[in-house]
Design a protein around this ligand. Structure first.
Ligand code: ADP
Ligand code: MG
Length: 348
């Protein structure tokens, strides 16, 4: 597996009147070429901030206070995205990394026909492109989202929410990107439409081999689509791994809680348990494990919630990592490895 995007020790803070809010706290994570990754976490855990960090679009009062984001192009050249000028970054945005932003359905300009969105997007990157060629390409990408070319003549208000979302996915494909970041792509859509859109995205992945990164609070929607999962809590990654491993043996109590809260068609909904408590205020200097106030292991007195020990990730197998040091301590020593950056090293 070749790396595509390497996030290293990325910290993003918002400088607010009442203090500094650390929305992304020292995140290190590698996304590989052609995979489908889900980044999961409840609202406010830092997903959208992470997306804006990857795209170097963090705006005041926010700031990237440390870390790097590397992109590997087709020739495996390693590019530090955060060192690029605005003009240089525009070479990568859309052409290499496309995005479907949260609440994107409102992003379409109501006074422009759908075709004008395609034309404007392409011309912004390739000013010499001919209109008829752009429209031909637009028809092709609309096919991928199962829309007829006739929608090119429509205005946004003539489309349903699901159709708008499909137009935006088609728009993200117009410059043949290598990766698409999808921030809550199915939120605000009804369940049937959610499944339909995921099916379309699965198809696009299979046909075009494009890497997909889903950011969502809803683990149940994307669990059938993703190869790997990364779980965020209060600005930190708390666990990541292959989806089957994580679902079978979640290593972090927060992941366990998320999985316990998924309703299934057959089971008794009253047995589904939401995680007790609320996420912490992120304007604070954490002295204990961020999850401890909601963690049953801590509340039962079986963990010290040592903040320092939660500043590392621990490998529980070759591909699965956890921030829960109690889980790691209870494991076979051979597998107990720290992750420094992205390189595992034997800890003891
Ligand atoms: P998610 O996408 O997981 O819901 P966000 O990245 O939107 O989370 O937010 C993470 C944290 O950063 C939250 O505490 C949120 O209130 C804060 N935050 C996000 N954007 C801003 C902003 N522009 N100004 C101040 N705080 C922000
Ligand atoms: Mg968000």
């Amino acid at each position: 597996m070749k790396p595509l995007i390497e996030i290293k020790n990325l910290t993003i803070e918002f400088f607010l009147k009442n203090g500094n809010l650390k929305a992304c706290d020292n995140i290190s994570f590698t996304i590989y070429k052609n995979e489908v990754v889900g980044i999961i976490g409840e609202s406010g855990s830092g997903k959208s901030t992470l997306a804006s960090g990857i795209l170097n679009l963090v705006q005041a009062p926010g700031k990237i206070t440390s870390g790097e984001v590397y992109y590997y192009d087709d020739e495996d050249n390693k590019i530090n995205l955060l060192n690029l000028s605005v003009n240089e970054f525009n070479q990568y945005r859309w052409k290499e990394i496309a995005t479907v932003f949260q609440a994107a359905q409102n992003a379409l300009n109501p006074v422009l026909k759908i075709k004008e969105h395609f034309i404007e997007t392409v011309l912004a990157h390739s000013p010499n492109e001919k209109e008829e060629d752009i429209l031909k390409k637009a028809e092709e990408v609309l096919k991928h989202v199962r829309l007829d070319k006739s929608v090119l003549e429509y205005y946004p208000h003539q489309l349903s929410g699901g159709m708008k979302q499909r137009v935006l996915i088609a728009l993200s494909l117009i410059l043949d990107p290598k990766v698409i970041l999808l921030d809550e792509p199915t939120t605000a859509l009804d369940v049937i439409t959610q499944w339909y859109i995921l099916d379309i995205l699965k198809d696009i992945h299979k046909r075009l081999g494009v890497t997909l990164i889903f950011l969502t609070h809803d683990i149940s929607v994307i669990s059938g689509v993703i190869d790997r999962i990364a779980v965020m809590y209060a600005g930190e990654l708390v666990e990541y791994g292959e989806v089957d491993d994580v679902f079978q043996d979640p290593s972090h109590p927060y992941t366990k809680g998320l999985l316990n809260a998924i309703p299934t068609l057959r089971d008794d909904v009253t047995k589904r348990k939401a995680i007790p408590g609320n996420p912490p205020n992120l304007i604070q200097d954490f002295r204990e494990c961020k999850f401890s106030p909601r963690c049953s292991i801590f509340l039962e007195g079986k963990c010290e919630a040592d903040r320092e020990k939660t500043k590392k990730m621990y490998f529980v197998n070759e591909t699965q990592c956890t921030r829960c040091y109690k889980y790691a301590e209870n494991l076979n020593i051979e597998y107990y490895m720290e992750a420094v950056g992205n390189e595992p090293i034997k800890n003891r």
